[in-house]
Write a protein that binds this ligand. Structure first.
Ligand SMILES: C[S@@+](CC[C@H](N)C(=O)[O-])C[C@H]1O[C@@H](n2cnc3c(N)ncnc32)[C@H](O)[C@@H]1O
Length: 349
């Protein structure tokens, strides 16, 4: 691997550790381990979190942490840690990003069955669980964070339907879902059977495990979706500029590809502002998203009060854009903006 590739891989591994450990990432012992994140499997970070939660002293004392981890890993399966490390080393990859294996559900993936189990800030969403996933009782799993961002099933189906009907372009056969989340949109896209290939990218391993699990529950053909654990900006940057760095299964023809992006909507004012300023959207602004996707047609899934003037500026010269409000029971939930890509505009489509 080149220096850049190693750096990217390290950044992803460290992000996985951050996502699993949350605030415990700042523990001095974790900071010592972090530079070796590439050699530490996800399962070991999960054990580390458990050990640190139960033994605050191990946050300072690295030999205590090592000892407790060894004991814990024996309890969950003999010489588990040694095996996991050996497996990782046995599968070296020359590619910066590759398709993800089927990831195991972790203790961050929940299927809540009663309100009493649900953290208070998610209870509102839990009470809407059947409009989020009609098959919820079949065993849908989500991380606690995923509840805030998942696209409700009727909206996800409507988007999938539009891309199969009104916005059907036979030249587009591949869809990239840049923010896969717990699978809301990816599942609907796959069930529409409109795409030859779907590439769904999610940077949080537990959330991706939920998406894979939920897709299975919904009967999605295992071959229909290529899941990627990683940063979609890295992926798209390499797809456009240096596809040879990607695993061959992730190299797709840009002219045949469309991007769907449902980014997080954090930042000031999304719920309160009459007009939401997309230049302050966190962690990714409108221009950052557009810059990453601009070569390809893209559908941006944005807050319902998004500033239309900011979106209009993305229209190719002399063209108008189509913007859609997605409603449930008469109330708008989100806005969709269809932006033609430079490659489509240049070819006169
Ligand atoms: C709004 S949610 C997407 C929800 C998804 N459409 C669904 O219906 O389940 C955004 C997701 O993007 C993930 N994410 C954030 N930044 C990312 C990035 N740079 N690359 C890939 N995934 C990212 C987050 O972890 C989160 O799960």
């Amino acid at each position: 691997m080149s220096g850049d590739e190693i750096e990217t891989a390290q950044a992803i591994e460290q992000q996985i550790a951050r996502d699993i450990l949350g605030p415990l990432i700042d523990a001095p012992t974790v900071q010592l381990l972090l530079p070796q994140a590439g050699q530490i499997p996800q399962a070991v970070w999960e054990l580390t979190r458990k050990v640190l939660e139960q033994n605050p002293q191990a946050r300072e004392d690295v030999s205590l942490l090592t000892k407790l981890l060894a004991e814990e890993s024996q309890m969950v399966g003999g010489d588990n840690m040694a095996n996991l490390n050996a497996n990782d080393a046995a599968e070296p990859s020359d590619f910066s990003l590759k398709p993800a294996e089927r990831l195991p559900l972790t203790d961050r993936c929940h299927h809540y069955t009663g309100k009493h189990e649900v953290p208070w800030d998610i209870q509102k969403y839990f009470s809407q669980r059947y409009s989020i996933f009609s098959f919820y009782d079949g065993g849908v799993h989500m991380t606690d964070d995923a509840w805030f961002g998942v696209t409700p099933e009727p909206v996800a189906n409507q988007i999938a339907y539009e891309l199969s009907e009104h916005h059907y372009d036979p030249k587009k056969t591949i869809l990239i879902d840049a923010f896969g989340g717990a699978g809301g949109n990816t599942i609907a896209f796959a069930l529409s059977e409109r795409w030859n290939r779907i590439i769904s990218i999610e940077r949080d391993a537990a959330t991706l495990a939920c998406a894979q699990h939920n897709a299975e529950l919904y009967g999605v053909d295992p071959g229909a979706v290529t899941w990627v654990l990683g940063d979609s900006f890295d992926y798209l940057g390499q797809l456009v500029n240096s596809p040879e760095r990607l695993h061959p299964d992730l190299r797709v023809d840009l002219q045949s590809t469309m991007v769907f992006a449902s980014p997080p909507w954090g930042g000031p004012g999304y719920t309160t502002d009459e007009i939401f300023d997309l230049s302050t959207m966190q962690p990714y602004s409108l221009s950052q998203l557009h810059e990453a996707y601009k070569k390809m047609d893209h559908l941006l899934f944005l807050p319902r009060t998004s500033d239309l003037r900011q979106i209009a500026k993305l229209a190719p010269e002399g063209e108008k854009l189509e913007v859609i409000q997605y409603c449930i029971e008469g109330a708008s939930k989100a806005m969709g903006a269809y932006i033609p890509g430079e490659l489509s505009s240049a070819s006169g489509e």
